[in-house]
Write a protein that binds this ligand. Structure first.
Ligand code: BV8
Ligand code: ZN
Length: 248
């Protein structure tokens, strides 16, 4: 594995018909000021482990507590903006005809930045649905919210630990990972499955694997390059190098 290749060296690996997949995690939102999962939970939530709150059993046991946590995170997300790393991925999407952004993030920042070809593996904090009739609820007035059509309990449209990922999202992400020629793993500890399996699938099928993360990750064992840099710093540099290379 080559450590800290230059943006130009990485750009030389891409061509206009490269099949590119980018898997992102909470690290790409860190520079927007959104705490990652592994960051110590701040303030009043410091006594909770996210994994304890992000599960259906905890939700049924105390829907108000789980909703307070999601509402706290949602309010925090509404005060931040996408960062240069998010915008660089929007530009990258427009440089390749076969580009797929697969995100584990539920913070909606890729979508706010303008990413269109996006697969949400773990749902989206801005959507909510009734656990009884499945109807989506737009306006959340009271916590925990109830369904206006059947009175059932409404939950965030996110994938909790122990829950299956959305079938179509995972199937397409899997297929794109198997077929791609370049797979980038950006801002994720790559410890949550099945999302963390995707880079291994890509590598097994001959893709070039590029990790962008200030820290080590388990994926490094199969990666070809590891850029120990923040995504908000490196991705814009990579996109500039790509534009020079691809647009001549
Ligand atoms: C499943 C939504 C099938 C909610 C999330 C026992 C029972 C049941 C399941 C399991 C089990 N044991 C294991 C499992 C599987 C489990 C799992 O993987 N557990 C882990 C902990 C081992 N997976 C599941 O449960 C999945 N479902 O398997 O279903 C099944 C069904 C029944 C029974 C068995 C199996 C569901 C997983 C989805 C969980 N939901 N999110 C919410 O967000 O509230 S996952 C959640 O954690 C996030 O979405 C995110 O995906 C994940 C955290 O990962 P990261 O995004 O990587 O964030 P993290 O903080 O960890 O890392 C940040 C990285 O960024 C770091 O590396 C850091 O260095 C880097 N970084 C920091 N700053 C920057 C940066 N990088 C770049 N630039 C920077 N500036
Ligand atoms: Zn309902």
């Amino acid at each position: 594995m080559k450590i800290n290749p230059s943006p130009e060296e990485l750009a030389s690996l891409f061509s206009p018909n490269s099949k590119v997949v980018v898997l992102t995690g909470a690290g790409v939102s860190a520079e927007s000021g959104v705490a990652t999962f592994r960051d110590k939970t701040t303030g009043l939530w410091s006594r909770f482990n996210p994994k304890e709150l992000a599960n259906f059993t905890s939700f049924l046991k105390d829907p108000k507590l789980v909703w307070d946590w999601y509402d706290f995170r949602k309010q925090a997300i509404h005060t931040v903006q996408p960062n240069p790393g998010h915008f660089a991925l929007v530009e990258m999407e427009n440089l390749f005809s076969d580009f797929t952004l697969v995100t584990q993030n539920i913070d909606n920042l890729h979508q706010r930045a303008g990413s269109a070809k996006i697969i949400e593996l773990h749902g989206n904090i801005e959507r909510n649905y009734c656990i009884k009739c499945g109807r989506f609820k737009i306006e959340i007035e009271e916590l925990p919210p109830t369904c206006e059509s059947c009175g059932g309990l409404v939950r965030p449209d996110v994938v909790w630990f122990g829950e299956n990922l959305p079938e179509d999202a995972l199937r397409i992400a899997w297929q794109k990972s198997e077929e791609c020629t370049i797979f980038m793993v950006v801002g994720t500890s790559a410890e949550v499955f099945p999302a963390a399996r995707l880079p291994y699938e890509a590598s097994k099928n001959g893709a070039t694997l590029i990790v962008i993360n200030p820290d080590e990750t388990p994926v490094s064992v199969v990666s070809d390059f590891h850029v120990f840099e923040k995504s908000g710093i490196f991705l814009p540099q990579l996109v500039n190098a790509l534009k020079k290379k691809l647009n001549g």
